[in-house]
Design a protein around this ligand. Structure first.
Ligand SMILES: [Zn+2]
Length: 151
């Protein structure tokens, strides 16, 4: 399937790359660390090809994608000690199939409700370049191992 010009996830332009840092490719997906790390471990995972809806993806590829999603969710939970992982596919304006995986922590931002998509500036936690790199390496190594992919 072709990339779709003008699609945020297909193009991955400079604006995209300033908010989503690519960690690795899995069997049917690419994994990104979100710049917003208010809740530690927040990631996005996109299906490798352009589809607008989960149900449009051929079943075999969708199953591989869901295995990638599960491996990433488990990785985040284990690495950061999250109490629950929230899975979100919205995409009204960015239709390319992707999940935001947002770890939730009891007593912290958004607990007991939908995760906060855009935390207020005063609540927002970002990291230094070194800490982003460290977190990306940590997640990448663990999730690739879970999927049996050699780095
Ligand atoms: Zn796309």
């Amino acid at each position: 399937m072709e990339n779709v010009k003008g699609c945020y996830y297909c193009d991955q332009d400079e604006g995209f790359r300033s908010l989503l840092f690519k960690i690795c490719d899995l069997k049917a997906s690419s994994v990104f660390l979100c710049k917003d790390q208010t809740l530690p471990g927040r990631c996005t995972i996109m299906f490798r090809d352009h589809y607008n809806e989960l149900y449009e993806i051929p079943k075999e590829e969708r199953d591989a994608f869901m295995d990638d999603v599960c491996a990433l969710a488990q990785t985040i939970k284990e690495l950061f000690g999250a109490d629950k992982i929230n899975y979100a596919i919205y995409g009204d304006e960015v239709t390319h199939v992707h999940f935001t995986l947002c770890p939730k922590y009891k007593g912290r931002l958004g607990w007991g409700g939908p995760f906060v998509l855009f935390p207020q500036e005063q609540d927002k936690i970002t990291l230094t370049d070194d800490l982003y790199r460290e977190r990306m390496e940590q997640i990448g190594a663990a999730v690739m191992e879970k999927r049996g992919i050699r780095p």
